[in-house]
Ligand binder design. Structure first.
Ligand code: ATP
Length: 236
């Protein structure tokens, strides 16, 4: 469904992605793990059209999307839930969710259906429907950011560090929801995480990104038992 081939990205003269290749199949959860500054966020931003690669190809549903505008890409079912959540503090929960529909021509009934799905997944958001975004807890904001991305009816959701700044119990809840969503709707997920243990638990396959190159890849359960991964990312 998504195929990244030999992707190179630079900031000025500094190359931060040095020819990475990977793919995500329909309905699959794939994790991209790696330390600080490895290039994980850059990878997602390039796929979603926010950054231009210097070379390489990104193919989405069989089409090359290199150079396609961000809003066009979202409209084709590729959603990006950015690091730090970026919800609108001055808008209510409902209004934040509605902003997620901006990429497609929608009918009111469809929006209500999609809101119902989000509220079924995240009942806490329904309880807080009229509250300002600013008043939500970190976990609730993360759920709102995921819910907002779902409002674009994606077939692949790219999630950047959903665990960032959340308490362990809340991280468990967020990851449970990601798995539930994948099982119920067949949504594919490309998950970028520094919390490698959680990421490897929910993903089918994973890629390890180190200073701009993919150094290891394979089944998540095999990688979770690989001594190199255990040593570097899972605390030995
Ligand atoms: P983290 O988990 O810390 O966010 P990451 O794996 O997501 O790390 P990136 O944010 O993609 O890594 O950054 C990759 C490299 O590119 C880092 O060395 C970073 O300092 C650099 N970088 C990121 N954004 C910019 C920018 N706008 N201008 C210049 N360099 C940048």
């Amino acid at each position: 469904m998504l195929k990244v081939d030999n992707l190179r990205v630079s900031y000025g003269h500094i190359e931060v992605l040095k020819g990475i290749s990977f793919s995500v199949e329909m309905g699959e959860i794939v994790a991209l793990i790696g330390g600080n500054g490895a290039g994980k966020t850059t990878t997602l931003s390039t796929i979603s059209g926010l950054l231009r690669p210097t070379s390489g190809t990104i193919s989405w549903k069989g089409e090359n999307i290199h150079g396609t505008a961000v809003e066009t890409i979202v409209g084709t079912g590729l959603a990006h839930c950015p690091e730090g959540r970026r919800i609108f503090p001055g808008l209510t929960v409902r209004e934040n969710l509605i902003t997620g529909t901006a990429s497609r021509a929608y009918r009111k009934a469809e929006v209500e259906d999609d809101l119902a799905l989000v509220f079924e997944l995240f009942p806490r958001l329904k309880e807080r429907i009229k509250q300002g975004g600013w008043s939500l807890s970190g976990g609730e904001q993360q759920m709102l950011a995921i819910g907002r991305a779902l409002m674009s009816r994606p077939s692949l959701l790219m999630l950047d560090e959903p665990s960032l700044g959340l308490a362990p119990i809340v991280i468990e809840q967020v990851f449970d929801k990601i798995v539930e969503l994948n099982k119920r709707t067949g949504l594919g997920v490309l998950l970028v995480e520094q919390n490698s243990a959680m990421a490897l638990e929910v993903a089918a396959r994973a890629f390890v990104l180190e200073t701009g190159s993919i150094t290891l890849s394979g089944s998540a359960s095999v990688l979770a038992n690989d001594p190199r991964i255990r040593e570097a990312y899972l605390g030995g």
